[in-house]
Ligand binder design. Sequence first.
Ligand code: BDR
Ligand code: CA
Length: 323
Amino acid sequence: MSANKDKAAKIIIDTDPGIDDAMAIHLAFADARLELLALTSVFGNVFTDQATRNALALVEQAGSRIPVAAGAMRPRTQTPNTPSHYVHGKEGFGTLPAPTPKAQPDPREAAHLLSEMCRQQSGEIILCPVGPLTNIAALLDVDPDIAAHVKKLVIMGGAVWCPGNVTQVAEANIWNDPHAADRVFAADWDIDLIGLDVTQKVTCVQDDFEGLRQTSPEIGGFLADITSFYIDFYHSVVGQHICMMHDPSAVIAITDRDAFEFRQAPLRVICEGEEIGQTVAETQSGRRPVNVAVGVDSARVRKIFLDICAQADTIRNKRIAAT
Ligand code: BDR
Ligand code: CA
């Protein structure tokens, strides 16, 4: 794998860390095929202030100084749902106490940072939202022409041809701000949607993370520590000691898109009633079709995650030595 950052895909992750968010962020830092430029925070798994703090802590843990910009504190229209503390822990990292990062957030609000960075590197940046789409909808508000400057979006969210995970029909990220998601799907940009149709099929077990602890004691050990809580949650839901690799799957869809199979469909999000948060394929909508992931080579995606995260400490040490 080349460490040549000139050829690496430039990405910004919009995130609500969150245990699988932490996996996705450390994966992105450790993959030489990616250049992670910034993080923006949003509510969802935790409150926005916690998400910002956790994102800063993850950047510090990775030996990086990329900017972290705080995003929206609440959904666009609806009353906020309660954070998913039962899935990710009270502070977002399982049973670990709140981290205390040294760095401060970027002075820019998330939507403004996204607008400025995407315009400065026009056509080069992939946005990877792995939380509610509130900041991305806000980006369209503050900069209506921004779609022309964004290379593409690779979104973790939605349940198009499968059941939801927070209601019968809705996936958590979309359900936490359906109005924002509908705004994002209505815009004219290239979207790959990595939703529950595939992410539920990519799973890991605690031993996978104990392996990462051996090869990368600091970052792998941290992921092993936080993931045991996440696996307990999945055990309570599906009766197996596994966890679903939602957010890392979206990052892997950037580097290894051919591990996924896609079907094109314009999407609408139901914004009221019992089906609120459902992502519906609507061929007659006139909207630009979204590339919805419908198939995945689960074993390959799992292996990519583990192989790359095994190097996380080594990459972190090289990053620190280079600065
Ligand atoms: C999504 O919701 C959050 O709990 C996870 O971090 C992931 O982004 C899965 O539905
Ligand atoms: Ca997330």
